[in-house]
Design a protein around this ligand. Structure first.
Ligand SMILES: Nc1ncnc2c1ncn2[C@@H]1O[C@H](COP(=O)(O)OP(=O)(O)OP(=O)(O)O)[C@@H](O)[C@H]1O
Length: 348
């Protein structure tokens, strides 16, 4: 079933349209306040846009553009929303929580419990069936919430940062569960985590200020980002300019790299390279021909075992020892140097 969505909500500067093929998982990435939760709330029927239409297959979720506006109640949409917090009914057992979905659709009590047990097994929570939500860890509760969402048999699963509230031990388990659950299932997942997008989603959209600024297959968007937001997520530097032979002309001078596709001289192009491929020098290095970008250091921050040196939008990861040697501080004029083989150039 194809999923179509188009909505405008002026008070939140929200203007979004998107399309999902049957069984596809879409990751929504974007900075805070971009409108990601707004998108899920409108889809789930918790928030009414000013205008727009949405449908799952033949079922209209809302149509506010016609002479006879339609608005389907949340429970009738065939969507299930999984929030950051599991939001289980505290007074019901785990089994009853999961059986609630089929029950509310009119399935009998015994049949609903059978279905619930099946989903508890699928989420590896069958041993918790008799417990109350208050007796579960965060990770367990979130797995039960997945079971509950699936037991309702949704046509579209909506996930709002399902890993965000989990600790570093529970998150990988949950990610593995979702990978299994989301295969062949239509879903929209909000995430801040690049790994989630790469592992779980077929497509991504980047949402910024209520607008989609990039969209496409996950690997394309993250491997060849066109927006700074996507580039930052992917740990890539992104420098834009105009194509010229094997390179592009940028504010930093000409940057050479490997062409990803045919470039038309003079047309907009971008160069992407990982922060880990950049070396930093205080003086222009001599010798082998390399790309050299002169820039003033603006920030230094820890990044894993490395130090990320920022100069405006440029980023380089260097070792703490190199940082000590160079004596970099914000304001230092430095040379960001990298081999052409580390640079991918593509039409922007
Ligand atoms: N209940 C509300 N009433 C009015 N405006 C709101 C409300 N909730 C969010 N907004 C505004 O709508 C815009 C989009 O917010 P939304 O919560 O959808 O963003 P988000 O991308 O989910 O952000 P985050 O990553 O911080 O969760 C923001 O400008 C926000 O301030």
């Amino acid at each position: 079933m194809r999923i179509r969505f188009e909505a405008t909500l002026t008070a939140r500067h929200f203007v979004v349209s998107l399309d999902l093929a049957r069984g596809e998982t879409l990751a929504v990435l974007g900075p805070n306040g971009a409108g990601k939760s707004t998108l899920l709330s409108i889809m789930a029927g918790l928030l009414r846009p000013d205008s727009g239409t949405a449908s799952i297959g033949e079922r209209t979720l809302f149509d506010l553009d016609s002479a006879r506006p339609q608005w389907l109640a949340p429970h009738a949409r065939g969507t299930a929303l999984l929030a950051q917090e599991p939001l289980l009914f505290p007074h019901l057992s785990v089994l009853e929580n999961v059986a609630f979905g089929p029950r509310s659709k009119g399935t009998g009590a015994a049949k609903s419990r059978v279905a619930a047990r099946r989903w508890l097994e699928a989420t590896d929570t069958q041993t918790l069936a008799a417990r109350k939500p208050g007796e579960l860890s965060g990770g367990q509760a979130q797995r039960v919430a997945v079971a509950r969402a699936l037991a309702a048999g949704p046509d579209l699963l909506l996930l709002d940062e399902p890993m965000a509230a989990l600790d570093i031990h529970a998150a990988p388990l949950m990610r593995r569960l979702l990978k299994h659950v989301l295969a062949e299932r239509s879903a929209i997942i909000i995430t801040h985590d690049i790994l989630d997008a790469l592992m779980l989603a077929d497509k991504v959209v980047i949402l910024e200020n209520g607008r989609i600024t990039e969209s496409g297959p996950t690997r394309d968007v993250l491997g060849r980002p066109r927006s700074r937001f996507a580039a930052g997520l992917a740990g890539l530097n992104l420098v834009t300019g105009t194509a010229h032979g094997d390179g592009i002309d940028t504010a930093f001078g000409r940057i050479f790299g490997t062409r990803e596709s045919e470039l038309v001289p003079g047309e907009a192009a971008a160069a992407a390279f990982p922060a880990s491929a950049v070396s930093v020098y205080l003086d222009p290095p001599h010798g082998s021909p390399r790309n050299m970008l002169e820039a003033t250091v603006t920030d230094l921050e820890p990044h894993g075992d490395a130090i990320r040196v920022r100069a405006g939008d440029l980023a380089a990861d260097i070792t703490p020892a190199a940082l000590a040697d160079l004596g970099l501080v914000p304001g230092t004029l430095a040379y960001f140097v990298l081999k052409a083989t580390a640079v991918t150039i593509y039409a922007a």
